[in-house]
Design a protein around this ligand. Structure first.
Ligand code: ATP
Length: 682
């Protein structure tokens, strides 16, 4: 492998990069992917099945422009045959049809472990139940059967239950166990943001920041109804106000929020199991979009807000104290279980409390929950105690304990106004006593959850004890590597994990540290647990590895075949001449970034050789480097190879992982193909 030859290739590649224009930006390409739109309103006659829209929803769709080449002065030049060959291949590889066929190629991996109840074109005995492909993304498949949407051949949508600020909740039936579940679509970006938000609020923002934020919010929503300030918002504001006051109104740079770890949060949530907690059963990721689907226990009695609030007037209807008492004891148990497992709910409010048909109250919506880690410092479970107190107050008195005409007024009332009880509603002295100990502004002086559970109003003078988890014992939920890796459903993942998890050991890397070097024999495979890794390739060193001396191509797979295996994104990255933040200079390019729950280093193990297309490529096609401080599970290539020999299905699954991750391997193939395309034309 002569370095001059690759040097020449490198120069030609650079020239190519600078002379080409992408037909679309990477961003637009990403946005062009079909968004999942699960809708119960589909009918059998509506083949597109998207709420009456024409065909699936495509965001940011733009007419495709033919690639052309510009001179340095911007004038269009006639294409060379190498260019046109390349463009032809590029066009084929990136056309929707071609992209579709890539999906087809991957599809068999997606259904191996699922019951195929609604195979394409299947018809029931009456001929009524037909299925049509509705939409398929990399991991999320939505089909239509019997006029209803079916997600991943498992969850059939019955109806929409409701919509929150960030997503929609549908009632679905699980075709595997014929039980009802609630399926919630949430935005990954929102989930990450809310984790960050809770962390930062628990990390103590200053009062100045808080008031500034409140002023901005007030200005933006001058007409906002004060009643919209939720119990949780009050609780958060309360915590912030007190914390800021005790910190002398200074912004604390220390104790800054850690990078959000959605996978860890989800892994913990999935392990929580308590009669007063809405169970999270499955999380389905669609990597092509911002959507995450949460499959939850269906709670059939509605929320503890709907029946008690007059929506038109925004007024609460006071509840009998005895009803509130019953609800509250269950909330205490659920909260106690959460806190025992180091989970802070962070958004406790009547709208997030649900009732089952047998009257049991369940805490739901963990979108703002936080897993407390001792390393992070202060335990802030007191935020949930405050919110629980606000819930009692609202139910008993039919109004919020602290109100104002604007958000700023409400914050100010929370911070300074004394707790009062309306005269026109009578309640027991015990309840007033409890509220006066729970709605205490300083969290250090506020009742703890256990104090609350021992209070005479709750345990009815010790005749109905409300026993805390700490007194009964029980294992605290912990998450293992296997839990983390299976937290979010990935196709084939479930079958693979038991085979590979025993091989992994925990490793840590500092930001910038090399985990595996390009060109070395790929010895390691990593499953990322926390933090991000990037794959960097050196374009100047790229090229085929089994050319003959005279450069003749010896492989048995053609460049166009290789291009058929490429992802659109990596191709766009290769041909774009525009400098991008991920281009490091000196011909180095970050071709892939991976986060928690994803594998890196697999391509050396299972991907076909970039040129001859056969066998596994024993060399790392790119350098794997820590993009942040990170924790990962590491396995040796040898051990993985042995497992693949013993379990042929593991190889299939890992191969599909490589393609799905738009790995560095595909980029290397693109570079090789570009090289070969150029040489073929010389
Ligand atoms: N597990 C569930 N079982 C039954 N119904 C549910 C379930 N989860 C949510 N719902 C219904 O869906 C509605 C919307 O829920 P969602 O959690 O999206 O919004 P929210 O909590 O009301 O608002 P936000 O998320 O904006 O705070 C709820 O009001 C409730 O009626």
């Amino acid at each position: 492998m002569s370095s001059s030859r690759f040097g020449k290739f490198g120069d030609r590649l650079k020239k190519k990069l600078s002379s080409l224009r992408p037909s679309q930006s990477l961003k637009n390409r990403d946005r062009e992917r079909v968004e999942p739109d699960i809708d119960s309103s589909c009918t059998a006659s509506d083949a597109s099945c998207t709420s009456g829209k024409q065909g699936p929803r495509v965001l940011g769709q733009q007419p495709r422009r033919l690639p052309h080449r510009a001179s340095s002065t911007g004038a269009l030049l006639p294409m060379s045959s190498a260019d046109s060959q390349f463009y032809q291949m590029f066009d084929t590889a990136t056309s929707p049809k071609r992209h579709g066929s890539l999906d087809m190629m991957l599809r068999p991996f997606s259904i191996t472990s699922r019951r195929n109840l609604f195979a394409e074109g299947s018809v029931d005995s009456d001929g009524a139940l037909r299925s049509h492909t509705l939409k398929t993304t990399d991991k999320l498949e939505v089909k239509k059967a019997g006029g209803r949407a079916v997600v991943n051949r498992q969850y059939m949508v019955i109806k929409v239950l409701g919509s929150g600020q960030y997503g929609r909740v549908s009632l679905v039936v699980n075709l595997n166990d014929l039980q009802l579940y609630a399926l919630k679509t949430v935005s990954k970006a929102h989930l990450k943001k809310s984790i960050r938000r809770v962390r930062s609020s628990l990390g103590r923002r200053s009062m100045n920041n808080l008031l500034e934020a409140a002023r901005k919010a007030d200005a933006a929503a001058a007409a906002a109804n004060a009643a919209e300030a939720t119990a949780a918002a009050q609780a958060e504001a309360q915590e912030d106000a007190k914390a800021a006051a005790s910190a002398g109104l200074e912004t604390r740079a220390t104790n800054s929020p850690k990078a959000p770890d959605m996978v860890r949060e989800i892994a913990v949530m999935k392990k929580l199991d308590h009669p007063n907690i809405v169970k999270l059963h499955e999380v389905i990721d669609d990597p092509g979009t911002d959507s995450l689907l949460l499959v939850m226990e269906f709670v059939d009695g509605g929320t503890l807000e709907q029946p008690y609030v007059d929506q038109s007037a925004g007024l609460w209807q006071p509840l009998p104290e005895i009803t509130v008492h019953k609800h509250f004891r269950e909330i205490c148990r659920g909260l106690d279980y959460l806190h025992y497992n180091h989970v802070i709910h962070g958004d406790l409010k009547p709208a997030n409390l649900m009732r089952s048909s047998n009257g049991r109250v369940k805490i739901g919506d963990f979108g703002s929950a936080l897993i407390y880690q001792e390393a992070e410092g202060v335990w802030d479970g007191q935020v949930d105690v405050w919110a629980a107190g606000v819930c009692i107050y609202v139910w008993v008195f039919g109004q919020l304990p602290f109100t104002g005409k604007s958000i700023l007024d409400i914050f100010s009332a929370i911070k300074t106004a004394p707790l009062t009880f309306p005269d026109h509603i009578s309640c027991s002295l015990e309840l007033k006593d409890l509220l006066s100990k729970v709605l205490v502004k300083d969290p250090r002086e506020r009742f703890s959850l256990e104090d609350m559970m021992r209070h005479e109003w709750v345990n009815v003078h010790n005749t109905m004890p409300c026993i805390a988890m700490r007194d009964t014992g029980g294992e605290v939920v912990s998450v293992t590597a296997a839990d983390m890796a299976s937290a979010i459903s990935k196709q084939g993942r479930e079958a693979m994990l038991p085979m590979i998890m025993p091989m992994f050991k925990e490793v840590y890397f500092l930001h910038g540290e090399v985990m595996d070097m390009e060109g070395d024999e790929g010895k390691l495979v990593f499953l990322l647990a926390d933090g991000e890794a990037e794959v960097v390739v050196d374009a100047a060193n790229a090229g085929p590895r089994n050319d003959t001396e005279d450069g003749e191509y010896q492989g048995d797979i053609s460049p166009s075949e290789m291009l058929g295996m490429m992802s659109v994104e990596s191709m766009t990255a290769i041909v774009s001449g525009t400098p991008r933040p991920w281009e490091l200079g000196n011909g180095q390019m970050v071709v892939a970034t991976h986060g928690p729950g994803e594998f890196v280093g697999l391509s050396a193990l299972v991907a076909p050789h970039p040129v001859n297309g056969t066998g596994a490529n024993p060399h790392s096609p790119g350098t794997i480097r820590a993009r942040t401080n990170l924790m990962a599970y590491q396995a040796s290539r040898q051990a993985m190879a042995a497992a693949m020999r013993d379990h042929p299905e593991l190889k299939e699954v890992l191969q599909s992982q490589v393609w799905r991750q738009r790995s560095d391997q595909t980029v290397m193939e693109a570079i090789s193909a570009l090289h070969l395309g150029q040489r073929a034309s010389v």
